[in-house]
Design a protein around this ligand. Structure first.
Ligand code: SF4
Length: 356
């Protein structure tokens, strides 16, 4: 059996992200001069409590996968701090980072692409053990079998190659590999996006089972808002490299505050008939601006149905506008802009919804 160490969902953060910034330089001209930056992630801050699942959602290209990679330092962050279990991963030396790796792992989107086609299943799952332990072969094999049992893979398949497995089984291999070193924190980067719908729930249930048994903490990145609703405790909505809203799951799905979150969620099937009856589909016009040239003010001002003058010049800060609910929008944080009654008035407008 895997070492069961259930950790109750606590209010103490295992992961603290402060001002995480990931800019990719643009070089152009014959002299390859640095002419700008793609601001893929632009000052993102959040925490994830031990044993919690934070969902990270947004449209393609909003920077959510880049956040996941920068958190585990698969990319070198341009700025910011990423404190995981008390250590700032963003500033660790290469050797210290290597020692830290076992505690933080990733489950990738495409199990086909993330598994070496020339390695057998036991070598794939055992690779982190080769890298980070000096265990004897017999002990490693025991651990590999234990992991295969835990994720529902038959031990008889240990010497098979990735192409001999289905998509769902390949994702189970990826999960077993991520669990090999007994991590505390796992970034799940669109772990079900490449799977058939019929298999998706099985993989999500497996991730939930593993979390319960092992007390894991997840960042669950997905564009599938229905699946995030199922698995996440809190949800952060990203737009153009920034967090627009971060709220407890039920609050967000029942009453999104940020106009972008409201538009995004208006397209999701609502199981509660009372909420569904009030909700109207919001179709946003216009395209997402380029992350190389974001708007001067609020990133969402070019598409926001509730845009105000201040939105075009002043960037809104992410601020707590209700207990546990963080929103980056002048409707809530700038009382003069939102009217004399401030946020409550804005909230009321939000509840009424706007359609375009
Ligand atoms: Fe819309 Fe302004 Fe709020 Fe941005 S700050 S989401 S543009 S109302």
């Amino acid at each position: 059996m895997l070492d069961a160490r259930p950790v109750p969902k606590s209010a103490s953060p295992l992961v603290q992200v402060e001002g995480l910034t990931m800019h990719f330089p643009i070089y152009s001209g014959v002299l390859r001069r640095h002419t700008g930056d793609v601001k893929a992630v632009d000052g993102v801050s959040f925490t994830i409590n031990a044993g919690e699942t934070l969902g990270l959602v947004g449209e393609s290209g909003c920077g959510k996968s880049t956040v996941g990679r920068a958190l585990l330092r698969l990319y070198e962050p341009t700025a910011g701090r990423v404190i995981i279990d008390g250590e700032d991963v963003a500033s660790l030396s290469p050797e210290a980072l290597r020692k830290k790796r076992p505690t933080m792992q990733m489950v990738f989107q495409d199990p086909q692409a993330s598994l070496n086609p020339r390695m057998t299943l036991s070598r794939i799952i055992g690779e982190p053990l080769d890298e980070h332990t000096d265990w004897a072969e017999a002990k490693k094999l025991d651990r590999i079998h234990e992991l295969m049992d835990a994720v529902g893979l038959n031990r008889r398949f240990a010497n098979r190659f990735p192409h001999e497995f289905s998509g769902g089984q390949r994702q189970r291999i990826g999960i077993a590999r991520a669990l090999a070193l007994d991590p505390k924190f796992i970034v799940c980067d669109e772990p079900i996006a490449a799977l058939d719908v019929s298999i998706q729930a099985q993989v999500v249930n497996l991730l939930e089972d593993m979390q319960e048994k092992l007390g894991l903490t997840y960042l669950f990145i997905s564009h599938d808002l229905s699946m995030v609703r199922h698995i996440a405790d809190r949800v952060a909505v990203m737009y153009l490299g920034k967090i627009a809203e971060l709220s407890p799951r039920d609050d967000l799905y029942a009453r999104p505050l940020h106009p972008y979150a409201e538009a995004l969620l208006s397209a999701v099937n609502e199981p509660d008939p009372a909420i569904a009856a009030k909700r109207r589909r919001i179709i946003l016009s216009g395209d997402v601006p380029s992350p190389a040239n974001p708007p001067k003010g609020c990133n969402f001002c070019t598409r926001c149905p509730k845009v105000m003058d201040i939105c075009r010049t002043v960037k809104p800060d992410l601020a707590e506008v209700e207990p546990g609910r963080l929103v980056a929008c002048h409707l809530y944080t700038n009382t003069s802009a939102a009217g004399s009654t401030g946020a409550p008035e804005a909230t009321e407008r939000n509840q009424q919804g706007e359609t375009r």
